[in-house]
Every structure is written in structure tokens, then in C-alpha cells.
Design a protein around this ligand. Structure first.
Ligand code: PLP
Length: 355
């Protein structure tokens, strides 16, 4: 039976990418060696790293002053890396508290400076993108989380602010077009919309970095990594390779614009059903809904057993909601086919007919 994988992360990757990755694990580039048993300094792997970095620049239309790295530690270390590289010694930065990950970013940055939270939706269990106060004068940057994976909310566009932007785009990178010019840093863990767990992408403005006046431990210093072409230490070769293949796939599908159109169709399909079907209600407020993670619940818990049987029989996997929201979460990352969303909608309609 075909499995429809709605997992929130790690999550679905294109089938062609998985097949190619499997081949590379047994015999990479016809070297007679596995991808995971060759030197990261071999010409074959250096070419992978370079292609991955340049595909990011191409697909995101990054300005020439940007550099791209693939490091480790996940987006969770990114919270600290962002502050180390862009929050000056003794300085302040503004943050938006729009969900669990956004809140963790605040917590980490507080190790390094004064943090002003200029908007929070914590009181409503993060069911919306909060209204924003002004960014205080002198803030080094405004940090935000473009898509709140757990709560299913997403900024509808780039926040307008007087300060440069830093964004954790872990769960919607490459899902829609945006202008990178206002950003000092964009970072994203691979395992939501880009590749397997184990690498995190940093895209940053090389003219804005290195001005904090603080001493930065080597691994956390983006300039150290940039000076070594993202090979300061052994990179996570397999996640970087699979990410590179996924980026090739995005390009072959028509690029980020094509992903954006497909993602909009998938979101319209699921939200249309959540709104139409009287058995269900959404978690996220209408104007904050995420195209990546749709959070919803049954109005009556007594129907849960019947619904769970229906979606399981349809081959659906990974739609149980996060414990802090409950209900269901359908994650519809780039690689999820439109057909899978239709299968979920069919199960919701079948429940309406039979429950
Ligand atoms: C999953 C996630 C993270 C955490 O990523 P790790 O790679 O596990 O550190 C951070 N931010 C967002 C938006 C996420 O979805």
C-alpha cells in the first residue's frame, strides 16, 4: 500500500532522491565506494558541497554578498550561532515569540545580550502570528520564525522592520519566494523541507557578519566556516548529499516559485475541508495559517476512534498533533504530493458520511 507521509520532521523526501541516495550509499559516482566511506576532502564530495551551496544561492536568488554553509547542531544551535555572530557585545536585539521554537531562540540569545520581545502569542497557545510592537532603536536585528511547525502558523510575508532581519526558516525554506535583501542571516535545519536530519543551512550577509566585537568559539563563528568553504571540520556528508539532491529536484520541478504554487494548492485543499466539514475545526487563526503544517481537531473527541481507523486504512502516516496542541497536524512539505492531501480530505469526508 502507498503510504502518505505527513510527518512533521524528519519528514517526507522525494522518492527519486531517496533512490539516488540509496545508490550512493552502496556505490557513489561509480567509485566502487560508498558516499559514507570516502574522505570529505575527496574531489567527489567537495563537488557535492559546492553544488549544494551554489544551488541554495540560485534557488533563493541570494544577493552576491551572501555566503552559504552547511553545519551541524541543528537549528537549536542556530539560535546561539545567530546571536554570537550578529548581536554585538553589550547590545540588544528584538525577537518575536510566535511558538515553541521562537521561544527557544529567545532563551538562547539571552545568554549573549539584552532581548526585547516585541510580540508574543503565547497567551493564546500560539494560535496566531502576534501583532508586533516597534523594534526598539539600536536593536542589532529582528529575529523571527517564519513558520511555526508545532502550531501551524506562518508569517504571510516578510515582517516590515527598521532593523535587519534574522529568520529561522527551518520548516518553510524553499516553500515560497522571498527577497533576501533585508536579511543578515537565514538558517534552517534540513529535516523539515530540505533533507535528512544532521545538517543546518546558514545563508548570511558577508558584509554584515564579524562586527560584534566579541570573541566567538571557532565552531560558532560563521566567518571561520566560510573561510574553509564549509569544511572547517568534517561535514555531515550524507545529509549534505541528500540535501543537494533535494535542491536539484526543486530546480527540476521549476524552482521555488513552482513549489510555492503547489504548496498553495495543497493548503487550499486541506483548509477548504477543515472549514467545510462540521466535524473539524482548525487551531491556527485564519490569517495566520501555515501552508506547511495544518493543525486541526475533531470538535467531538468521541469520533476520534472512527477517524483514526479511516486515515490509517487510507495509508496515512504521521498526522498525530504535537502534544502541546493535540488533535492532528498534516505537514505538507515540498515533497508531499497533492494526491496525498486529497487522500486525507477523502478520509475526512468519509467520516462525515459514516460517523
Ligand atoms: C524543528 C525545528 C527546530 C529545531 O530543529 P533541530 O534541528 O531539531 O535543532 C527549530 N526551528 C523550527 C522552526 C523547527 O521546525
Amino acid at each position: 500500500m502507498k503510504i502518505h507521509n505527513f510527518s512533521a520532521g524528519p519528514c517526507i523526501l522525494p522518492e527519486t532522491v531517496l533512490n539516488e541516495a540509496a545508490q550512493a550509499v552502496s556505490n557513489f559516482n561509480n567509485l566502487g565506494l560508498s558516499l559514507v566511506e570516502i574522505s570529505h576532502r575527496s574531489p567527489d564530495f567537495v563537488a557535492v558541497m559546492e553544488e549544494a551551496r551554489s544551488l541554495v544561492k540560485e534557488l533563493l536568488h541570494l544577493p552576491d554578498r551572501f555566503d552559504v554553509l552547511f553545519l551541524q547542531g541543528g537549528a537549536s544551535l542556530g539560535f546561539l550561532t545567530a546571536a554570537y555572530n550578529f548581536l554585538p557585545e553589550g547590545g540588544r536585539a528584538a525577537y518575536i515569540d510566535s511558538g515553541t521554537w521562537a521561544n527557544k531562540a529567545v532563551k538562547e540569545a539571552k545568554h549573549l545580550g539584552g532581548i526585547d520581545v516585541i510580540g508574543s502569542s503565547k497567551a493564546s497557545n500560539y494560535n496566531e502570528i502576534p501583532d508586533l510592537g516597534a523594534v526598539p532603536n539600536g536593536s542589532a536585528y529582528l529575529h523571527y520564525t517564519s513558520n511555526n511547525t508545532i502550531f501551524g502558523t506562518q508569517f504571510s510575508g516578510t515582517p516590515q522592520a527598521e532593523a535587519p532581519l534574522i529568520a529561522d526558516m527551518s520548516s518553510d525554506i524553499f516553500s515560497r519566494e522571498f527577497d533576501a535583501n533585508p536579511y543578515h542571516l537565514i538558517y534552517a535545519g534540513a529535516q523539515k523541507n530540505m533533507g535528512p536530519a544532521g545538517t543546518v543551512m546558514y545563508a548570511f550577509d558577508t558584509e554584515a557578519v564579524g562586527k560584534t566585537g566579541r570573541s566567538i568559539p571557532s565552531y560558532l563563528d560563521l566567518q571561520v566556516h566560510a573561510s574553509k568553504d564549509s569544511m572547517f571540520n568534517t561535514p555531515s556528508v550524507f545529509p549534505v548529499y541528500v540535501t543537494m539532491l533535494t535542491l536539484r529536484w526543486i530546480k527540476s520541478m521549476g524552482g521555488v516559485k513552482a513549489m510555492e504554487e503547489r504548496n498553495a494548492r495543497k493548503a487550499a485543499l486541506i483548509y477548504g475541508e477543515i472549514d467545510r466539514n462540521d466535524l473539524f475545526e482548525g487551531h491556527a487563526a485564519g490569517n495566520s495559517r501555515s501552508t506547511m503544517n495544518a493543525t486541526f481537531r475533531l470538535k467531538e473527541d468521541t469520533k476520534a476512534a472512527a477517524f483514526d481507523t479511516l486515515w490509517k486504512e487510507a495509508g496515512i502516516s504521521g498526522i498525530k498533533g504535537h502534544r502541546s496542541v493535540g488533535g492532528y497536524r498534516a505537514s505538507m512539505y515540498n515533497a508531499l504530493p497533492e494526491e496525498s492531501v486529497q487522500v486525507l480530505v477523502d478520509a475526512m469526508q468519509e467520516l462525515e458520511r459514516t460517523a
